[in-house]
Structure formats: C-alpha cells, structure tokens
Design a protein around this ligand. Structure first.
Ligand SMILES: C=CC1=C(C)c2cc3[nH]c(cc4nc(cc5[nH]c(cc1n2)c(C)c5CCC(=O)O)C(CCC(=O)O)=C4C)c(C)c3C=C
Ligand SMILES: [Fe+2]
Ligand SMILES: [Fe+2]
Length: 341
C-alpha cells in the first residue's frame, strides 16, 4: 500500500481584514469541540455575541503580526512541510482544520498521488479535544464519506517523547544563551476546565485540584493539563532549572467560564510586581509562531511586564521549521513509513 503524510495545523484567516477574520472565527468557534455547548446556544453565543465585536479587535491584532507572504502560522507550516518533504520519500501534504486549506483537499491531494495509507499528523504536542480530537474525528468522517478505500492512522500527542523534549530543551537553551534570566515561564494555550473533565476517560480522575495531574492515571493519555505540566517538568529536568526559577501558566482565555489556571497575563503581572527583572517565555502548546505567540505574548505580554517594572522580556520562538524539529518529525515519519512494509 502506498503511504503518505498529512500534516494538520489550526489555520488562519485568509487576510487580516475583519470580514475574513469573521469568516474564520465563525467556522472555528462553531466547532462543537471548541465551544462545546449545544448547537442553539453555541450559535447564539458565537453569531449573536462574539462575531459582533471580536473580528474587529482580532483583525487589528492580526494586522500587527501579518507577513508579506501571509499568516505566520500558514507560512511557517508550509516551510515545515517543505523541510520534511526533503527528508522523506513519501508525499507530504499540509492541511488546516479551519479555513481554505481543508483536510478534505489534503486527503484528495494524497489520493491523487496514489496514496492508500495516510499518517495523519496533528501538529500539537499535547492532546486537546479542541485541537487533536477535532482533527482526527473530522478526518475519519471525511474518510467514510469520500475516501472509503484509504486507511488513516493518527499520530498521538508527543508531549513526553524524549527526543521531542530534547529538541525543545535545546531550543530554550540556545535562545537563552548569554542571558541572565530570573524566571522562565512556560505558557500554554488555555482551555475551559470543562474540556479537561470531558476528556477524562476514567470519568473520575481529573479534579483540576492541583494534584490529580501528578498522580499516575490512564486519564493522562487525554489530559491536556497533565501533558502541559509534564512538558514543563521534563524540560526543567533536562535543563536543570532550579525550583522557583520557572513556572507554568495558560493563555488566550475566551468568555466567562473557568479556564485552566494560572492565567499568563496575571502571572506576568505578578512576576513583575514581585521584582523579577528579566524573564523569558516559551510557548510549547504551539509548534508554529502565530497570533497567540507573536501578538499576545511577544507584544502584549512584554507591555504588561514593562508596566510592572520589568526590564528584559525574552520570547522564545516556537520550533517552527528549525532544522532539529524538521529532523525529529522526519525521523518519526520515516520510522512509520518503513514499519510493516
Ligand atoms: C473556546 C475557545 C478556544 C479554545 C478552546 C481554544 C483552544 C486552543 N487553541 C489553540 C491554538 C490556537 N488558537 C489560536 C487562536 C484562537 N483561539 C481562539 C479560541 C480558542 N482556542 C480564538 C478566538 C482565536 C483567534 C484569535 C483571537 O481572536 O484571539 C491560534 C492562532 C491562529 C493564528 O491564525 O495565528 C492558535 C495556534 C490550542 C493549541 C488550543 C487548545 C489546546
Ligand atoms: Fe485557540
Ligand atoms: Fe489530569
């Protein structure tokens, strides 16, 4: 059976204009795994409230980070795809969960090249129902409806793979070389606490009480909070960071439901108030720099820190298309390609 790879990232608006941002946000936020409330309530919230105001504010934010070539997230994902394609023998396609580069088009591109067995590769180190799960569920629905003769295998969350932790740790180390940092903040995209409970396969483990994520459990295979805390722990161990010199927080909350704590903006504020002068931030929930890292962290986060009296604010880029990351993903793909052939 001929094999092929489909890398999948989140997606971006077609342009940073409010009408395109509105279209993108409409599709994104109407996903039942992103805003997980009944359809009628979701439509009322998204179309009746969020889409009335947010597109204008989001468009202004997108304009600050947009590149001549397009959305940073898309451009970087395309560079990653090309980097991997140069290192593997099978076709590598790229799709986005939302927007015009659809998963259906990505599967079609592979099928047109004769592919019958697809490795679906969600570009997220940690599992979340709003990211990994929505991709795998949609890909299976598309397979059943349009491509019944292909096989799809999905790459699970790779948050604790030793070679991933090594690449991430080396990147942090490289970007902090020669700097005197008082505090390293690991900031992950937040999710509503409800998402963690919904994804708890044991239905009783995740109490989000501070200790459950450190207690061994089958729930952790699908616990976003555990997987984020684990990345922090493993990188801190690898870099021999001292207790108290690093911490974890969650960014980008939306709405009034409780989201994972502590929040990144409040954490930056507290660090500044507590006298931290030089801080760095790494964002391991994102493999590609995007609105959430380039604007919310590198611009807004820096501003908060400076307002609180902080001096140096270092934003560590995502792994993007760095050679060690391209090599890592290519190695995993090549292992899959040569297995059972
Ligand atoms: C209920 C809302 C949201 C959930 C849950 C959520 C989870 C989630 N998102 C990412 C990664 C990205 N999100 C990005 C942008 C973004 N996210 C939300 C909302 C939720 N995300 C919104 C409304 C937006 C748009 C921007 C805005 O208006 O603030 C992006 C950036 C995309 C880009 O074009 O650059 C990424 C990447 C993860 C990993 C995640 C759960 C773990
Ligand atoms: Fe998001
Ligand atoms: Fe947990």
């Amino acid at each position: 059976m001929k094999k092929g790879i489909l890398l999948v990232n989140l997606g971006s608006p077609e342009s940073p204009e409010p009408k395109d941002v509105k279209k993108y946000l409409g599709e994104f936020l109407m996903d039942e795994r992103v805003i997980d409330i009944p359809l009628v309530a979701r439509a009322a919230l998204v179309k009746g409230i969020i889409l009335k105001t947010r597109p204008k504010a989001s468009a202004a934010a997108y304009k600050k980070i947009w590149w001549d070539e397009g959305s940073p997230l898309i451009v970087i994902s395309e560079r990653l795809q090309r980097g991997i394609q140069n290192k593997v023998e099978v076709p590598v396609a790229l799709a986005m969960r939302y927007g015009s580069m659809t998963i259906k088009k990505g599967l079609q591109e592979l099928v047109d090249k004769g592919v019958e067995e697809v490795l679906l590769f969600p570009l997220y180190p940690q599992f979340a129902m709003a990211t990994t799960e929505t991709i795998t569920v949609l890909a299976e629905e598309l397979r059943q409806a349009f491509f019944p003769n292909i096989k799809i295998e999905s790459v699970p969350a790779f948050y604790n793979k030793p070679d991933y932790i090594e690449v991430l740790s080396n990147s942090v180390k490289r970007h902090l070389e020669g700097k005197q940092i008082d505090h390293l903040l690991f900031s992950y995209h937040g999710v509503p606490e409800r998402h963690i409970r919904k994804s708890d396969v044991t239905k009783s483990h995740c109490k989000i009480d501070g200790s459950c994520c450190a207690t061994p459990s089958n729930a952790h295979e699908f616990c976003y909070r555990h997987q984020c805390l684990e990345v922090t722990k493993l990188v801190a161990e690898k870099l021999k960071l001292k207790t108290g010199s690093y911490s974890t927080s969650f960014q980008s909350r939306l709405g009034f439901d409780p989201w994972l704590l502590p929040y990144t903006d409040r954490t930056i504020e507290r660090l500044g108030k507590n006298g931290v002068k030089n801080m760095a931030i790494v964002t391991p929930a994102f493999v590609s720099d995007c609105l959430e890292t380039l604007e919310e962290i590198a611009m807004e986060g820096q501003e908060i820190f400076h307002e609180m009296g902080g001096h140096e604010f270092t934003t560590i880029p995502c792994l993007n298309d760095d050679a060690p990351f391209v090599d890592l993903l290519s190695n995993w793909i090549n292992t899959w390609v040569t297995s059972n052939t």
